[in-house]
Design a protein around this ligand. Structure first.
Ligand SMILES: [Zn+2]
Length: 165
């Protein structure tokens, strides 16, 4: 994935956030997954008057993708309205991601300031750069906008599909 592709994935997450149904928490979240086939699958949180029936953005994206036949994901973006890159997937979403993502999957947590810095229809921002070590994933040079951790860092010593084979 190059910086332009990551920019598009981040922009897809913000577009989904804008569709969030969050009348109770007022906490809008968007997520976007890069599938192994190259598709971008986005989701938002969808709350319900029966609170327990709500679903997070990350799991919305997962169930959308899986139901369309996308069963493997290689990058994750999470966005919200919080102007710092500090909103990470909740515990149950980390476990759901574990089912369909390798442990080295990067999870990009992006500040709500991003769209103003890098509009969706514009080029990728200068602070997204290719991995200097030749890795597969771009990194962000501005830590006030993007934080990235791997799924394994977010969910250490996890239980996953390989534990049942
Ligand atoms: Zn969640």
């Amino acid at each position: 994935m190059d910086p332009a592709q990551l920019h598009n994935l981040i922009s897809a997450a913000f577009k989904a956030r804008d569709n969030a149904h969050a009348p109770y928490s007022k906490f809008r979240v968007g997520a976007a997954l890069l599938s192994a086939s190259g598709a971008h699958i986005a989701g938002c949180n969808v709350e319900n008057a029966s609170y327990g029936a709500g679903i997070c953005a990350e799991r919305t994206a997962i169930v959308k993708g899986v139901s369309e036949g996308e069963r493997a994901y290689t990058a994750v973006v999470v966005v919200s309205d919080v102007p710092t890159p500090t909103i990470s997937p909740c515990g149950i979403c980390r476990q759901s991601l574990r089912e369909f993502c390798p442990l080295d999957t990067p999870v990009y947590m992006v500040s709500a300031t991003y769209p103003a810095l890098a509009p969706a229809d514009g080029p990728p921002p200068a602070f997204l750069v290719p991995d200097a070590d030749g890795g597969r994933w771009p990194r962000a040079t501005d830590a006030s906008v993007i934080a990235v951790l791997t799924l394994e860092q977010l969910l250490p010593m996890s239980f996953g599909p390989d534990n049942l084979t």
